[in-house]
Design a protein around this ligand. Sequence first.
Ligand code: SPV
Ligand code: MG
Length: 544
Amino acid sequence: MSSTSGTTTSHQFKKLLLSDQLEFICEAHNGLSAKIVQEAGFRGIWASGLSISAQFGVRDNNEASWTQILEVLEFMSDATTIPILLDGDTGYGNFNNMQRLVRKLEQRHIAAVCIEDKLFPKMNSFIKGNAQPMADMQEFCGKIKAGKDAQTDPDFSIIARVEAFICGWGLAEALRRAEAYHQAGADGILIHSALSVPDEIISFKQEWGNRCPVVIVPTKYYATPTDVFRQHGFSMVIWANHMLRAAVAAMQKTARTLKKQEHLLSIEDKVASVSEIFRLQNSAELQEAEDRYLPKGVENTSAIVLAASRGYELGELTEHQPKTMVVIQGRPILSHIVDTYNAVGIKDIVVVRGYKKETVNLPNLTYVDNDDFADAGELDSLLKALQSRKGPARSTIVSYGDVLFNKYIPQSLCQENDDFVIFVDSNWQEQTSYARLGGFTECTIPNSRRAFNAKIYLKQIGNNIPQTCIHGVCMGFLKVSPGATELITAIIVELLLNPANRKATISQLLQELLRRQYPVRVLYTVGHWLDINSLDDVVQAGSF
Ligand code: SPV
Ligand code: MG
């Protein structure tokens, strides 16, 4: 992977290995721990065989297959930009397997691999090290050569790990092997020791001098001051398993506490917050991408249903209840409206009630009362609804309490990003009740094949438009984007300051938007809705 500094990770690793200071790399065993290591400031990662097998819950004896290790490496590489040195055990086979391994590592932007001179399946060096057989030295040299020949990136490094001390063969054998591996092309030597003091590795380094970089793993001689390693000219220290061991200790403690206490109170402050996990997973990036790539969903959309008026035109039917509560097919009109909104996922529904408000009582709705309903108009109700809402602005669909509609209508409105979007039925000649609605509209293009893919905007709206200009009838739906909510509220407030506008309608609001030159997007439909304006409509609605 190319890093933020513009160089490849293999190049960065080479530089660390050859640097004239003591460098440190730290173990990680999955994407998350790799990211944590990088964030701590480390300039390299040790993909430990012990830790990766342990996080799988298996032994460090090549029980996890090499392709399973490769998958973990891919996550680690994806999560970071610093170099990763793979603990490649014995190379997972002979020279041939080693060559394939190197090619696969390069494909995954792994900077380097370390192989040890033991036999497959290997055993962790700290378990009966003395009894472990070593690889044939020449065979191991062939494996190093094969790996170096397989790499296509000149900076890819191969570290040869000498297990002579671990297996009880002593300094002379360690030096003999290290020299052979160096001659075979190894970029560095890892000299390993299981003693609790650094004597073996120091004696090795004193004899070895500076023939090539020497890497150490002070897991067992952990009490040694780091300056001792510096003074002896080691190149790199690997903190080989401490992320895994830290996690295990924390998990054991947490699990025991939870089991015993059966509540979360005493551990909440001791564990990472959920938001910290989201941060490590880079959730913010996905949120941004969703905004860019996903069609706008309904999850951030609310609805306002204007249902304050009585609806005199229905006569006796509205004597004891407003029109929105007139029963159609066994349920009030409002219940049908709520179902349609719910069907597209819109749950947050504000209903403005006025006439016989106590009869408007369906569950799961937010009610706003307009007790001035007899003297005030739609905009007065809309303003009350807008002002009642708390929290961050959301998309809002405004509709009437006596209009039935297909879910296609709110769904289409939600897809559009424009600040103001309305629906226009182009089949206006068949609409008998247009006068009651927003009235006639002229748009930038009439509904036609050409209009199908075009963005269409409102040119004028009202009931005095010349017949030849009419493109449809406004259905009373208005979608307002979150960004335009404050604006629309301010415009309504201003309109209502004039007493002449006391009974102003949605149509007048749209006229005002046009007057102020705000674009109002138009979506065309033919049908998909029904305005209940007469007893005939009530009957007709039964088959809607
Ligand atoms: C590992 O981390 O898997 C190692 C280092 O190989 S050690 O466990 O010390 O052998
Ligand atoms: Mg290992």
